[in-house]
Design a protein around this ligand. Structure first.
Ligand code: DGT
Ligand code: CA
Ligand code: CA
Ligand code: ZN
Length: 576
């Protein structure tokens, strides 16, 4: 059992207890255990073996016993008892945005609903209309939530897919006789979610590679395995798996295969039309005229033969890329990024200190960082009250003095209240080097209200960036409706940046919004919102999203030197 498995079981227990109606204290104690285990740096099995479970924060004697029981037998008696009492299908209702354990309990006890299918049927038959706590708006919200769930079903977040894909690519590359392995499909295009993984390889003995591939660690099911193709399912998180298609292709037509299997379908359809117009044909074996091969070995040759520059995969969505005469040479790359202006430390809900974040940033070649804790109204995130922020300013400034080779700024991620005011007074914001303002609570469905709220924050002379502007959590929470155009226009006019939150749960702004915002003149800032040192690496997913939004180096604020960031802040304060 992995740490994640143990955490999942404890979360399940908490969910079941909450549906049952147990008191909040008991429920939260199980959630706390789940969080502690999920966040552990070490392996839970080793900690248990050392007899040190009850020394973990939030883990008492009885929880420690339950963890032992789980590790030893794969089960916990309490969970099994609860599962016997409470229909297990109720847990899937919890994944509907806007539905919590209380609502689930009501649906179950008052209407006998035991599963997602039951709930859909009940809504369709109008059976919830006289249920207490389920007004027409709430029912509509639930129906929308179910739709959202069904739309995201089976699609895996880019980051989750990325790690498993890289592991497989490296395992394949290490096999004897394998000359080349590459990602294709939506992963290579860096779509925010991925349906299945597509891998291509060149190998001297394809069948042997296929054979070995189907036996790799993590393969939980073999769907097909032939001479040149295999489809398997690979586990990427506890109980969750993704399909992976591997194709062995000839070296002399690798480029054609790579182009074909990278897609997107829409891009490929357009490309094939260009070939057909010239009397040629294009497929995964090459660009040909009758028997004659025009291009096949590399993607570059294929695009060139069709009179096109090589189009980076992130642009292959049929969103205007065929009109490009040249691809911007300065299309954003990870190595252009000079710093990260949104991260948390142990002062709020982060896991590392200022010094540790700074050291990790230096390792990544950065020139500057900004420490940005939550503000007080984010109580669950241990946000800072004004007097604590004042002390924190001193602490960060003192640390900045000691740290060499990196500029360390002090900022904040200040909450935007429902009325558009901010959680700190202007005098306090004025003492900071860089201010990101974000909405964390009360994300309504009213487009105008959401837009007004954000515009009010943009109007503040001390707000330099709007954090995760739509508030979505990919596969978990839909974006709040908001007028991105109006926001981008005001951001551009006032000298306020818009964030691409690089955490792969967010990627917010998303690709098409990024492009729109840039076209309207807004500066884009890519930030990781890291809560631990390793999360600084999420910058990569932010950069990919920016590339999908066609951003060049010059469009992105944190590709610029520190003095430009200072000037950006100073200019807004002066102007407004
Ligand atoms: P996904 O897996 O849903 O996230 O999206 P993709 O783009 O990875 O799609 P997938 O895995 O079905 O196929 C991989 C690529 O293969 C796709 O992007 C383009 C190419 N492809 C697959 N089927 C067709 C097809 O019927 N026509 C054309 N032109 N290309 C196809
Ligand atoms: Ca795919
Ligand atoms: Ca596929
Ligand atoms: Zn935030």
């Amino acid at each position: 059992m992995t740490n994640a498995d143990v955490a999942r079981v404890f979360n399940e227990i908490a969910d079941l207890l909450e549906i049952k109606g147990e008191d909040a204290f008991r429920v939260n104690s199980y959630r706390r255990v789940a969080r502690t285990v999920a966040d552990l740096a070490g392996d839970i099995n080793e900690i248990a073996a050392r007899g040190a479970l009850d020394q973990l924060p939030g883990v008492g004697k009885s929880s420690a016993q339950k963890i032992q029981e789980l590790l030893a037998t794969g089960r916990v008696a309490l969970r099994d008892e609860l599962a016997a009492e409470i229909p297990f299908g109720l847990l899937e209702l919890l994944s509907i945005p806007s539905v919590g354990p209380k609502k689930v309990a009501t649906l179950w006890k008052e209407r006998g609903i035991q599963s997602l299918a039951d709930l859909k049927a009940a809504i369709a038959a109008g059976k919830l209309s006289d249920l207490k706590g389920f007004g027409p708006r709430s029912i509509e919200q639930i129906a929308r939530g179910i739709e959202f769930l069904e739309r995201s079903a089976g699609r895996v977040r880019l980051g989750d897919a990325w790690y498993v894909a890289e592991r497989l690519r490296q395992a394949l590359a290490a096999m004897p006789g394998v000359q080349r392995v590459e990602h294709a499909g939506s992963l290579r295009r860096a779509r925010e979610t991925v349906g299945d993984l597509d891998l291509l390889c060149v190998a001297s003995d394809g069948e042997a590679v296929i054979q070995e591939f189907t036996c790799l660690p993590g393969v939980v099911e073999v769907l097909a395995a032939g001479e040149t193709k295999a489809s398997v399912r690979v586990e990427y998180a506890a109980g969750q798996s993704i399909q992976v298609d591997l194709r062995v292709v000839p070296e002399q037509s690798f480029g054609a295969a790579w182009q074909y299997f990278t897609g997107s379908k829409e891009h490929n359809v357009r490309l094939r039309e260009l070939a057909v117009k010239r009397g040629w044909s294009l497929n995964e074996y090459g660009l040909t005229e009758g028997e004659r091969i025009i291009a096949a070995r590399s993607e570059e040759e294929i695009y060139a033969a069709l009179g096109l520059p090589w189009i980076p995969p992130e642009l292959r969505e049929d969103r205007g890329e065929f009109e490009l005469k040249t691809i911007p040479a300065d299309l954003l790359r990870l190595e252009h990024i000079r710093g990260d202006l949104h991260m948390h430390t142990t002062a709020s809900d982060g896991r590392n200190t200022i010094e540790e974040m700074a050291a990790a940033a230096k390792q990544r070649g950065y020139k500057y960082i900004c420490i940005t804790e939550h503000s007080a109204s984010s109580a669950i995130a241990n946000g800072l009250r004004p007097e604590r922020l004042r002390r924190h300013i001193q602490a960060v400034r003192a640390a900045a003095e000691r740290i060499t080779g990196l500029t360390v700024w002090i900022g904040t991620e200040v909450d935007i209240h429902a009325d558009g005011t901010l959680d700190y007074p202007d005098e306090l914001l004025a003492e900071l080097d860089f201010v990101t303002a974000s909405i964390h609570a009360g994300m309504g469905h009213d487009l105008e209200a959401n837009t007004r709220r954000t515009l009010a924050a943009i109007a503040n002379p001390y707000v330099n960036c709007i954090g995760h502007p739509t508030g979505r959590l990919i596969n978990e929470r839909e974006a709040m409706p908001i007028d991105i155009e109006a926001i981008a226009r005001e951001a551009a006019r006032t000298g306020t940046a818009l964030e691409i939150n690089a955490n792969y749960y967010r990627l917010d702004l998303k690709d098409q919004h990024v492009r729109l915002a840039r076209d309207l003149g807004a500066a884009i800032l890519i930030s990781t919102d890291a809560h631990a040192v390793d999360q600084l690496d999420m910058m990569y997913f932010g950069v990919l999203t920016a590339r999908r939004g066609w951003l060049r180096r010059e469009d992105v604020l944190n590709t610029r030197p520190a003095k430009d960031i200072r000037a950006f802040v100073a200019a807004k304060r002066k102007r407004t």
